[in-house]
Design a protein around this ligand. Structure first.
Ligand code: PNS
Length: 159
């Protein structure tokens, strides 16, 4: 049984993330979407809000479970019998960070494999930080995030 984790900050969830989730469901028997709890990092959405957005947008996938985790990703993998880490790759700029992460994770847990899925062309430059920047200046985010997330972002920026 292949149990995968798609870890990230998801602040906020984008169409790029959703595409990777959908494609990962075809590779993994069970897919855990793991939201990193990182109190040191200032985020737009709370952990609860990010969980809500992910649960809402992933409700169509019956093999997907949304959880939060803290500490080392590989420790969470060991505790939950997770044998593969899924990461999305966009432009070349992602590569250096991702190869470092995959390398250190393999050093810490050689039995947990990292699988990379290339972003679709339309998502090559979609990122959570770009979404936040466009939203800050009231730009159109409808092609970047699902409608549920867009409405949560609009609520957040209108207060
Ligand atoms: O969406 P992000 O912010 O690029 O995701 C990064 C994430 C959550 C995959 C990474 O920061 C992570 O795995 N953090 C947990 C701590 C850890 O295991 N770090 C790698 C070894 S130092």
């Amino acid at each position: 049984m292949r149990i995968g984790i798609y870890p990230g900050s998801f602040d906020p969830l984008t169409y790029g993330h959703l595409d990777i989730i959908e494609r990962a469901t075809k590779i993994c028997d069970r897919l855990i979407v793991g939201i990193l709890v990182n109190s040191a990092k200032k985020s737009l959405f709370s952990l609860e809000e990010r969980t809500e957005c992910l649960e809402h947008c992933c409700r169509v996938y019956d093999t997907v479970e949304v959880v939060s985790f803290s500490g080392l990703l590989v420790d969470f993998c060991r505790e939950n019998q997770i044998n593969c880490i899924i990461r999305g790759l966009r432009a070349v700029s992602d590569f250096e960070y991702e190869i470092t992460l995959a390398s250190i994770n393999r050093r810490l847990a050689a039995d947990v494999e990292t699988l990379f899925l290339m972003a679709r062309d339309e998502n090559l430059f979609v990122s959570s930080s770009l979404v936040k920047e466009v939203a800050t200046y009231n730009g159109d985010i409808s092609t970047l995030v699902p409608p549920y997330v867009a409405s949560r972002i609009r609520q957040t920026f209108s207060v």
